[in-house]
Ligand binder design. Structure first.
Ligand SMILES: CC(=O)SCCNC(=O)CCNC(=O)[C@H](O)C(C)(C)COP(=O)(O)OP(=O)(O)OC[C@H]1O[C@@H](n2cnc3c(N)ncnc32)[C@H](O)[C@@H]1OP(=O)(O)O
Ligand SMILES: CC(C)C(=O)C(=O)O
Ligand SMILES: [Mg+2]
Length: 552
């Protein structure tokens, strides 16, 4: 029994008083500047941080994806991190259009070491942070507002001084009021304004102000209000690149980042597949690929998403969830019947160069290098659409509609019994045993047709009945009619379909018949043969044999 109410331990998050907010009416029309912090924020959250080999592999993959800003380390954290930055610079591994970024606390010794780590690079972002929220001021720093602001300004001035001594590098300064989203807005502005005054950015040499949702604390609309308020009130806005850095504690980081861009943010920091502290940083892959659904090219290349996932999983040693947007193993798979039905119809209608409209599939898996193989999988939740789609894709069998309904019941019986998934080859086995293996008591051996008489077909048929050879003769207005008459049974052909399976000399024909039998019920039969007429005879016998089996 619960003795206390947990909700009583938490304080409601205050809304922002921004009645004339504009972000709800904005539409994202261009991609933001992307910054990957996989090698810093992602790396600091790993059980086993990456070694140089893994970091290099990850860095090269980020380049391949098209990231132009990459936070590569917290150089003062360890010799490994420091040396990694030096390695990138000294071994000239950074392309000219890519800028590396390094993070430091606002502490003199750490700042000195951090600046040293990037000396000699063509361009570098030095990123300094200190927390600004009330609880952090009180609990972590034991500082007043003025002292926290002074800490930030002192750090900024030191970075200015140290970097001015190395004019060969193009320096970009980034300041993060860590815990921004839990900070009083006027104080966040006060600190950021003091920092930008100390740095003196210009429209030509902008600095970056990054507004972290260090711990996601409110609904995304509140974060968007906070960002819009800063966007409208920050001093020197024309000399500032406004960046956001959402974490995912409430599971809303992607929404928070998207609304923040609508609210005026120019840049987003995050990690691939949302790695990072606790519940992770915002997922750059989801954000980027979400833009496709708005008809916007994100400027990042995820056309082989599985290769990227493999690299990330191996470097981070954390698996990507099977339901993770765009990349999870199951995200392009439908088990449920109504989804399969709609997808199957969608695929049939979709033209290669037209707007993508396949139901239940927000993106074309092919755009991410995924095949359609796993799109439809069958279990007890599936309907006729899914199983017949698999038979068609894998075995070239196109079942007529009413047969689909009948056959799906046979598959359903199996999935109900086993409780699990049935693969395409299992479905084919069920199909064979249900229709194609129905060869007793009547088994086809041979036939001869004489159609020399106008409008009438004469037929001689050799069969086995209960293992004994029998010959029969009949006539009709076509081969099937003649065959049915020869059988001498009380059956009537209600429907007939046929199609080729494969092409060329090795092609087979598939025939599907629907017979009305003695007692007025209908039975389906299927026949496959190299000869199209023989296939239809086999189909008739399949229906007759099934009726005898089902009636007994
Ligand atoms: C939200 C984020 O992701 S922030 C980035 C976090 N990443 C990391 O911390 C990874 C790398 N960090 C490290 O390796 C270590 O923390 C180091 C090397 C940076 C510092 O190590 P240490 O000095 O041994 O210890 P530690 O981190 O515990 O330092 C805490 C001290 O720094 C102060 N501090 C914390 N953040 C800051 C900051 N941004 N600016 C200035 N001082 C800070 C604390 O108030 C505390 O001060 P106190 O010792 O007077 O109480
Ligand atoms: C250092 C900052 C940007 C950070 O990682 C955070 O606040 O989450
Ligand atoms: Mg972070």
């Amino acid at each position: 029994m619960m003795l206390t109410n947990p909700a009583a331990k938490y304080r409601a998050f205050p809304p922002v008083q921004l009645k004339d907010r504009t972000w709800p009416n904005r539409v994202i029309s261009t991609p933001p500047i992307w910054m990957s912090t996989d090698l810093r924020d992602g790396n600091q959250a790993l059980i086993e941080p990456m070694n140089h080999e893994k970091k290099l592999r990850f860095f090269d993959m980020l380049l391949k994806i098209g990231l132009k800003e990459i936070e590569v380390a917290f150089p003062s954290a360890s010799q490994t991190d420091f040396d990694f930055v030096r390695k990138l610079i000294d071994e000239k591994r950074i392309p000219d259009d890519v800028t590396i970024e390094v993070l430091t606390q606002a502490r003199e010794d750490l700042i000195r070491r951090t600046v040293n780590s990037v000396v000699g690079s063509r361009r570098a972002i030095v990123h300094m942070y200190n927390a600004t929220a009330p609880a952090f001021r009180r609990i972590v720093f034991n500082m007043s507002k003025e002292e926290v602001k002074a800490l930030a300004v002192a750090g900024t001035k030191l970075i200015r001084e140290l970097t001015d001594a190395h004019p060969e590098t193009e320096w970009v300064f980034q300041y993060s009021p860590e815990t921004f989203s839990m900070t009083e807005l006027d104080f966040a502005k006060e600190v950021c304004d003091a920092v930008s005054e100390a740095w003196q950015p210009t429209p030509e040499r902008k600095m970056i102000i990054n507004l972290p949702g260090t711990v996601e604390a409110s609904t995304p609309n509140v974060y968007a209000d906070q960002v819009e308020w800063m966007h409208r009130n920050l001093a020197r806005r024309d000399s500032i690149i406004l960046s956001v850095h959402p974490h995912n504690d409430r599971g809303c980081a992607v929404a928070a980042a998207e609304l923040a861009v609508m609210a005026g943010a120019d840049r987003i920091e995050g990690c691939l597949f949302g790695n990072g502290e606790r519940t992770g940083n915002v997922d750059l892959v989801t954000l980027a690929l979400n833009l496709y659904s708005q008809g916007i090219n994100p400027g990042l290349d995820f056309s082989d998403i599985d290769e990227i996932r493999q690299c990330v999983e191996e470097c981070n040693q954390i698996p990507v969830h099977p339901r993770h947007p765009y990349v999870g193993d199951l995200v392009y798979t439908a088990f449920s019947g109504s989804h399969q039905d709609a997808i199957k119809k969608g695929f049939a209608k979709q033209k290669p160069d037209e707007i993508w409209e396949v139901p239940y599939m927000p993106v074309d898996p092919a755009d991410l290098g995924r095949s359609y193989d796993a799109v439809i999988r069958v279990n007890s939740q599936s309907g006729k659409g899914g199983m017949t789609y698999l038979l068609e894709q894998e075995y070239g069998l196109v079942l007529p509609r009413r047969l689909q309904i009948e056959f799906s019941r046979a598959v359903q019986r199996i999935t109900d019994e086993t409780g699990g998934e049935v693969a395409a080859n299992d479905i084919h086995t069920i199909f064979n045993s249900e229709y194609l293996n129905a060869v007793t008591p009547y088994h086809y051996r041979n036939h001869h047709i004489d159609d020399s008489k106008d409008g009438e077909v004469q037929i001689k048929v050799e069969l086995e009945k209960d293992g004994q050879p029998v010959s029969m003769e009949g006539s009709g207005n076509g081969p099937i009619d003649a065959f049915i008459n020869a059988l001498g049974l009380n059956i009537k052909l209600m429907d007939f379909h046929e199609h080729a399976i494969g092409a060329g000399a090795s092609a087979n024909a598939a025939s599907y018949v629907e017979l009305r039998v003695n007692n007025g019920v209908t039975r389906f039969g299927v026949g496959i043969d190299g000869n199209i007429v023989t296939a239809s005879f086999r189909a008739v016998l399949s229906a007759v044999n099934r009726d005898i089996a089902l009636a007994s």
